[in-house]
Design a protein around this ligand. Structure first.
Ligand code: ZN
Length: 271
């Protein structure tokens, strides 16, 4: 069976793996992103990880790279990514392709996840699928009949920065009260700190654990997150009428706390 090299570049780590055509991950290696070391250093580490994996798993026929946006998926050139200073205008796809003598593609990480969900998700999709990742931030991608939805010049639709409540907190995107500023793990954490009047840094995962143990402030904060997740999803349902929406990301590891409320709210708004 054919296999490809896969690279996932994140704010904290870079992961590389070998994936078979049927979606099976054969092996993987990761390293910290350490963005301060610069683009050339990261590229060398990506090459080294992929070569180690090829030694272990055998030859690959192409390389796919998921990277935070903005980026141009058609040319494989990286834009001004907040978490990757100094990477702007780098020809990431072309440089990886040249190093291995193979074709390589770079895709926005949320769009890459949407494609993966479409191809290898738990339930076989049909029609239009929207994938949303709720994590440190919120991102998403839309797949229609197996094809990624792209905007003008290949632009990625920023689902996470749709306006939900103009009286909400200011986001780095320039809007106050976008979806990410209200429903992400970061938003959950900052809201909890405010209402619990607690200093230090309590992660979204810890807050979810406190909510499960019955902490009333944590439970209320989780319900608030569920409410805002639902508002954004309801907009997506209204605008796209998709066949299915799939949720992923770190916050959804605690889907037991959110999903019932999210489902009930979306149904209430959209029917
Ligand atoms: Zn925003």
């Amino acid at each position: 069976m054919r296999q490809i090299g896969a690279v996932d570049i994140g704010g904290t780590k870079i992961a590389a793996g070998i994936v078979r055509e049927d979606g099976t991950l054969l092996d993987r290696i990761e390293c910290p992103t350490e963005p301060e070391l610069g683009y050339a250093n990261a590229l060398a580490r990506i090459e080294s990880m992929l070569r180690q994996l090829i030694d272990r798993c055998g030859k690959i026929e192409g390389i796919g790279v998921a990277c935070p946006g903005p980026l141009d998926p058609l040319s494989g050139i990286i834009g001004d990514v907040g978490t990757l200073p100094g990477w702007e205008n780098s020809h990431l796809a072309e440089e990886i392709a040249t190093r291995f003598g193979l074709s390589a593609a770079v895709e926005n990480d949320a769009d890459a996840a949407a494609l993966a969900e479409y191809a290898w998700g738990a339930v076989r999709p049909k029609g239009t699928l929207i994938y949303v990742t709720v994590s440190t931030g919120i991102g998403g991608g839309i797949v229609q009949a197996g094809q990624l939805y792209r905007g003008v010049h290949g632009a990625h639709p920023e689902l996470g920065h749709q306006l939900i409540d103009p009286s909400g907190p200011l986001c780095y995107c320039g809007l106050s009260g976008c979806w990410e500023s209200l429903a992400s793990g970061t938003a959950l954490s900052s809201h909890y700190h405010k209402v619990a009047a607690e200093s230090g840094s309590i992660t979204a995962a810890e807050i979810c654990e406190r909510a499960r143990r019955g902490d009333p402030v944590a439970k209320q904060a989780a319900m608030r997150t569920a409410h805002y997740i639902a508002l954004g999803l309801a907009n997506l349902v209204t605008l796209f009428a998709p066949d299915s929406i799939r949720l992923g990301g770190g916050v959804m590891q605690s889907s037991d706390l959110f999903l019932d409320e999210v489902r009930a709210s979306v149904l209430r708004i959209c029917t």
